[in-house]
Design a protein around this ligand. Structure first.
Ligand code: PLP
Length: 411
């Protein structure tokens, strides 16, 4: 077969299991009607009315934007007021001591891109857990890195700090620096959130390596933090990042996609935290450079929308109330599934919060295929089946755990 692309791009093709699963679901909807079909594939919040949920205050602020704020460019690093607001939103009352800066990005995905480009070496491995958001893979590959994984849960379904430690040791035998991506709270695809004690262990491990002269770069992917619990409780672990050694650099991937129900507006930020002012200056320089060279600058309207809500206390209170209600809907749906899973003996992974619940399966594709007989459509991942509780109305949650168990037993 002939090829026109550059030699190092030959054969590049995105494998998108979610797209495939949602395609099969749409076909079933055509045949059986939407009421009979359960679409557990969508990674956005679908309301109880079956429509994409949009926070009303977000819509009001969006429609109220001045056309000049929609049309004009933003500065390459982002609007200063947006960056200040984003730092405030990331930490709430749990701001660690240290130097902090932010750079606007194209969603959380853009923040991950920036972190990989600037805080891992070309050819090195980036580390995350074995249950992970699939996009981490192409993000690493695109940048000439590869993704390594450690086992997320031990045999008792506890966070597997030992597996993390072992993998870090293995990688530091080959590399001088390491970027570790931890998606918490409300991890995609398991719904797990690290406890404060688990974070202490992760940081103790990081400090051990830092003391040996290695560079530890921690990326905390907080894409789902606004659907994980009370604002300050979900962020309490961040206080632990105060006054870390200089060679532990901490980053956060902030995203407006879920928190503002603005997935398509592609706006987020990378936040950098360090005990060194110099390293934060360096962070500002390299991230601005990457931004300019990747997307030039970021959606000014979305940035302005965020600051508009943030600067109006009545609007902010209303916005937070609406989002908490939406979180409550997701929480109720997940509670139905987890209660029934417990009752029928389905071993789902330890879900704490967020958009997804996962069930381990050896042949997840076959299990998903089997679930189609009950008109349930979920996403087959390498290690199991992902069920998007964010997209399933409560009424359809009842009886679902038993059907997943039935499919698991049948294959
Ligand atoms: N991180 C995780 C774990 C995600 O699941 C997602 C989106 O699905 C993102 C980051 C980034 O999303 P976005 O680029 O839309 O902000």
């Amino acid at each position: 077969m002939s090829s026109q692309v550059a030699s190092h791009r030959v054969g590049k093709k995105l494998v998108d299991v979610i797209f495939g699963a949602s395609g099969a679901c749409n076909e079933a909807i055509k045949v059986h009607g939407a009421e009979k079909v359960t679409n557990a594939t969508v990674g956005s919040i679908i309301g109880e009315d079956g429509k994409l949920a949009c926070l009303p205050t977000m819509e009001k602020a969006f429609r109220g934007l001045k056309i000049s704020d929609v049309a004009a460019y933003a500065p390459p690093a982002g609007l200063p007021a947006y960056l200040d607001a984003v730092i405030g939103l990331t930490f709430a009352d749990n701001k660690p001591e240290g130097h902090i800066a932010a750079c606007a990005t194209s969603g959380g995905t853009g923040a991950l891109h920036m972190a990989i480009q600037n805080y891992s070496e070309i050819g090195d491995q980036v580390l995350t857990s074995d249950w992970f958001w699939g996009t981490y893979n192409p993000l690493c590959q695109e940048a000439g890195r590869t993704l390594a994984t450690y086992q997320l849960f031990d045999e008792n379904q506890n966070y597997n700090v030992k597996a993390l430690e072992a993998k870090v040791e293995e990688l530091f035998a080959k590399q001088d620096s390491l970027l570790i991506i931890i998606n918490t709270p409300a991890h995609n695809p398991t719904g797990y959130s690290l406890t404060d004690e688990e974070w202490t262990k992760v940081l103790d491990m990081s400090k051990t390596w830092a003391a040996k002269g290695k560079k530890v770069n921690l990326m905390v992917d907080i894409a789902y933090i606004d659907y994980a619990g009370e604002k300050n409780e979900t962020r309490r672990f961040m206080k632990q990042f105060s006054n870390l050694p200089e060679n532990i650099f901490v980053m956060f991937a902030f995203s407006m996609s879920k928190g503002y129900t603005m997935y398509g507006q592609r706006t987020g930020a990378l936040i950098g935290l360090s005990s060194s002012a110099e390293l934060i200056e360096e962070f500002k320089n390299v991230t601005k450079f990457t931004g300019r060279a990747t997307w030039s600058n970021i959606n000014r309207g979305a940035q302005t929308l965020l600051t508009t809500i943030q600067q109006d206390s009545a609007m902010l209170a209303q916005f937070e109330k609406e989002r908490d209600e939406l979180y409550g809907v997701i929480r109720d749906r997940a509670a139905i599934f987890m209660k029934e899973a417990e009752e029928c003996g389905l071993k789902a992974l330890p879900y704490k919060a967020g958009f997804f619940i996962s069930v381990p399966a050896k042949d997840s594709a076959a299990v998903c295929e089997k679930m189609h007989e009950d008109l349930i459509f979920a996403v087959p991942l390498k290690k199991g089946v992902r069920i998007a509780v964010c997209s399933i109305p409560k009424a359809k949650m009842y009886g679902m755990a038993a059907k997943v168990l039935k499919a698991l037993k049948a294959v």
